[in-house]
Design a protein around this ligand. Structure first.
Ligand code: ADP
Ligand code: MG
Length: 387
């Protein structure tokens, strides 16, 4: 457990908080301010106890050669000020205002290279370092690693959002109550293989849907037509399936599929049981698979989900993903713990209006996947342990 911002004295101190304000923007307008709202508890915790905050964030992928209008955090400062109902000073020179937001860190190439001089400049005047940027915690950028390094000797703590993410993705997953079911889906088996291997032996059942199922089905000798298969991963998938034979974990692959000839809205589709004919590709799990997956989910006490079950962006092919989401929501009502990661998976859940029904939806796509792979982050290791 890492020391949390809530547990330390902040009165009269300036707290440097690394947040993840990398919000989606369209023509200078923030289209989703969830990432801003998620950091309010940490900011308010400091302010309400008489502390001051300086916020650091990146936005998008500027060149690292100075100011670029389209990547300015200026709209974020305005929105944050509305959310906090307090002025937010948006200046790199200001050292005294109650709430300061610095301009996009990535305007300086030193952020990505982890430059120490840049880190010293950021750390100047700060009494406490706080990391509340889970979405970026897997990166070794200056604001995440070099800054806490140069602030050694001062308190370095986790923000409330980071603490919550670590609690669920680390602690709860490591000590998950059984039956423990993992559901993995999405586009690429190569993205999720590390997580699957890490979960082997830890969970009771891994349900595999989405495109990654097809590489596993090929590895198990099934015909998958023209479904998305990563041919350079078939051997690895076969090795995983072999491991399962002697593992306490079982892997369940789809037994039926929703198939199309072209992936597009309005394309005619049919249900295929078992093998998929030439020229057809699986774009969603079929009804029999849905029933099997739902059954496992309904009996689970701990559920981890990462990756949609099908091409959920196209309406008729969202059914598998929706079914899994509702099954998890129902299990959660019946006291299961549900932990969801992945940007597209989170987007699907919010489209189904099930956000409030899951125990925890991670704010970090890449970071949550790396935690499932059992990786640890320098940015987190550098923080003080809870006493
Ligand atoms: P997440 O962001 O939640 O980790 P991914 O990025 O791994 O999820 O995967 C999401 C993508 O996977 C979606 O764009 C979806 O269309 C695609 N996908 C899911 N199932 C299939 C399939 N059977 N064939 C092709 N693409 C698929
Ligand atoms: Mg994705």
């Amino acid at each position: 457990m890492k020391q949390s911002i809530e547990e330390i004295e902040v009165a009269g101190k300036r707290v440097l908080i690394r947040v993840d304000f990398n919000v989606p923007m369209s023509q200078g307008v923030i289209t989703d301010d969830r990432r801003l709202r998620m950091t309010l508890p940490s900011i308010k915790s400091v302010l309400s106890r008489g502390g001051k905050v300086t916020l650091l964030s990146h936005l998008g992928r500027p060149a690292g050669e100075g100011f670029e209008e389209q990547f300015s955090l200026s709209p974020v400062a305005i929105r944050l000020s509305e959310l906090l109902e307090q002025p937010v000073s948006f200046s790199d020179e200001d050292t005294s205002s109650l709430i300061i937001l610095r301009e996009n860190l990535r305007f300086n190439a030193g952020e990505k290279t982890g430059n120490e001089e840049f880190a010293r400049a950021l750390a100047e005047g700060a009494d406490i370092y706080c990391n509340d940027a889970f979405g970026t915690a897997h990166r070794n950028h200056a604001s995440l690693v070099a800054v806490p390094q140069v602030m050694e000797g001062k308190p370095r703590v986790a923000g409330l959002l980071l603490s919550q993410e670590l609690h669920y993705l680390n602690h709860v997953i490591a000590h998950g109550e059984h039956p423990f079911v993992a559901i993995l889906g999405g586009a690429k088996v190569s993205d999720k293989m590390g997580a699957i291997e890490q979960l082997l032996g830890k969970v009771d059942t891994i349900l595999i849907g989405g495109a990654l199922a097809y590489t596993f089905l090929v590895a198990s000798g099934e015909e998958v037509g023209s479904s998305l298969v990563e041919s350079n991963r078939i051997d690895e998938a076969r090795r995983v399936l072999d491991l399962v034979v002697t593992s306490k974990t079982s892997i369940v692959l789809p037994s039926d599929h929703i198939c199309v000839q072209t992936i597009e809205s309005g394309a005619p589709f049919q249900i295929e049981n078992g093998s998929i004919p030439d020229g057809w590709m699986g774009v969603d799990i079929g009804p029999e698979t849905m029933a099997t997956f739902s059954h496992f989910i309904s009996e689970a006490k701990t559920i981890v989900w990462n990756g949609p079950m099908g091409v959920f962006e196209i309406e008729p092919f969202e059914i598998g993903t929706k079914g899994v989401a509702f099954a998890i929501a129902k299990a959660t009502v019946n006291s299961a713990i549900s932990i969801v990661g992945g940007g597209d998976t989170a987007a699907a859940i919010s489209a189904f209006e099930l956000e409030g029904k899951m125990t925890h939806i991670s704010t970090g796509g890449g970071a949550s996947l790396q935690m499932l792979e059992g990786k640890t982050f320098s940015s987190v290791n550098l923080l003080d342990d809870a006493v």
